[in-house]
Design a protein around this ligand. Structure first.
Ligand SMILES: N[C@@H](CCC(=O)N[C@@H](CS)C(=O)NCC(=O)O)C(=O)O
Length: 268
């Protein structure tokens, strides 16, 4: 009689952490495994550096767990920004989903502020999407996602202005107009400089802004029946283009999570 050995699943080991491997090993991971170090060392420096600068093991990322569907990715735009960066750089990663309503001890030990996203780089857990995306750009420079400094602040006030409008209970307090003005400026910017913030290529600033526009569209549509005017054609097509990229589809939050995530801001 034969016996089968069953290993406990990650879910069984921990109710609050779940691991989801999001990518197969990249081509360069394959190369580092296949090519002996001596061969890599003999390659022209440019190629050798590229091969060595790829993560061979999946990078560990802590992300918010969905409220609507446990064991799915939750609704954090800062986490999506980090995941989009990993996807666009073709870096493999393992997600550790954290229930933010019931933060596990191990998570609080590595994230003193108790916030996601968090990534493990060189054996250290690093918090904050600004710091993480900069570190990824430095460590894995290709393909480059760097936005030229003079364009890095484009659209940066849209998110806080959207929150002001979402929370507003007074229709004449100017928050709607403030958001409309910023979106109109962004539309003009894209008309002259688009289709992305840095022209023809997607870059870090798009990956920061797009998840926030996704939240804006869902939350304002749901709570205020407010939609970005069709006349802002460049903004509309910018969103459509980015929202339909594979990287975005793979890392976006569920609509019901986004709605639930903003409820306290609207009602509170
Ligand atoms: N500035 C941080 C903000 C991160 C942040 O606020 N994350 C939220 C989730 S979207 C969080 O972890 N909040 C803690 C909580 O809900 O308890 C970044 O850019 O990473």
């Amino acid at each position: 009689m034969s016996t089968a050995r069953i290993s406990p699943s990650a879910t069984a080991i921990s109710a609050t952490i779940r691991h989801i491997s999001m990518s197969p090993p990249s081509r360069r991971t394959f190369l580092t495994t296949l090519l002996p170090p001596l061969v890599i060392a003999r390659l022209p420096r440019k190629h050798a550096a590229k091969i060595y600068s790829k993560a061979s093991d999946p990078l560990e990322v802590c992300a918010k767990e969905s409220l609507a569907s446990p064991s799915k990715l939750g609704d954090c735009p800062f986490t999506q920004r980090v995941l989009l960066t990993l996807e666009e750089k073709n870096l493999p990663y393992d997600l550790k989903l954290v229930d933010l309503r019931n933060k596990p001890e191990w998570f609080l030990n590595v994230s003193p502020e108790g916030k996601v996203p968090l990534i493990k780089l060189d054996e250290k857990w690093i918090p904050d999407s600004d710091v993480i995306t900069e570190a990824l750009e430095e460590k894995f420079p290709e393909p480059s996602l760097a936005t030229p400094p003079e364009k890095a602040a484009v659209g940066s006030k849209i998110f806080s202005t959207f929150i002001g409008f979402l929370k507003s209970k007074d229709i004449s307090d100017g928050t709607e107009q403030a958001l409309l003005d910023l979106l109109t400026d962004f539309n003009s910017y894209l008309e002259k400089n688009g289709p992305f913030i840095n022209g023809e290529v997607i870059s870090a600033t798009d990956l920061s802004l797009a998840p926030k526009l996704y939240h804006l569209e869902i939350a304002l549509g749901h709570y205020k029946k407010w939609y970005i005017p069709d006349s802002l054609t460049y903004v509309k097509s910018y969103m459509k283009t980015i929202f339909s990229r594979d990287s975005f589809i793979k890392t976006r939050a569920l609509v019901e999570d986004v709605i639930e995530g903003w409820r306290s801001k609207v009602e509170g």
